[in-house]
Design a protein. Sequence first.
Length: 257
Amino acid sequence: MTTIPSPSPAAAAAAVTFVGAGPGAAAHLTLGAYRALQGADVVIHDRLVGEEVLALIPAHVRRIDVGKEGFGPQVAQEAINAMLVAQASAGARVVRLKGGDPGIFGRLDEEIAALECAGLAYAILPGLTSASVAAAAIGQSLTRRGRNASLRIVTGHDMAGFAEQDWRGMARAGEVAAIYMGRKSARFVQGRLMMHGADPATPVTLVENVSRPDQRIHACRLASLPETAARTTGPVVILYGLPPRAAATALHDLKEA
Ligand SMILES: C[S@@+](CC[C@H](N)C(=O)[O-])C[C@H]1O[C@@H](n2cnc3c(N)ncnc32)[C@H](O)[C@@H]1O
């Protein structure tokens, strides 16, 4: 057995601090993330970081937007890696600010690997992932005793195209999955799940623009998932197996499919 000393959560010694911005609102930012932003020389951020969070970056801090759009990166990952290394090597206190939690579909490992290659220290401050905040918005728990003892966090697509998952397992009654980047693959996901016996009446809730002023909740059934997904335009997280609770939906602009 190897015991590794736990790195200090105070990211003081880190050349680069990876910071989770949460899905949008400043209220969903951690205190640690806020402090890291205040102490930064440069903040390198993604497209999905909310305006409210960006507004918390002090005016003297240099901001670099390396936002990526859909499938195609606007700034190549290699260029982002090189930028992190260059800034940190020059002695800047770098915050790498990513939407949601940097460890969930955030290409965190690739950026860490670049820093490790350059011998640079890093720290990670996790953030609220969009699925957690989406579930809260519909008044639901992502797990429930007697319903689902596990939660799947899956992506609708990967580098190779539509992503294959354990469809058979996901199709079982009571399963819950948070599907990220699922708009374009909604018909594929529906087809795979139904092919493996999922009930077309399985509740599905799409939460669009989670934690932003234009947040929208779209409740549907698996049978109408593709049509519902096609009505969304902003970032959307698909909560498979979860309907909104009535009390929560009364608070939101609920669109029944
Ligand atoms: C590259 S992944 C990043 C996920 C992020 N690291 C997280 O933890 O939420 C981008 C996908 O996350 C989801 N997402 C991120 N922010 C969102 C938001 N504010 N509202 C809805 N979905 C969001 C969408 O599925 C989007 O296509």
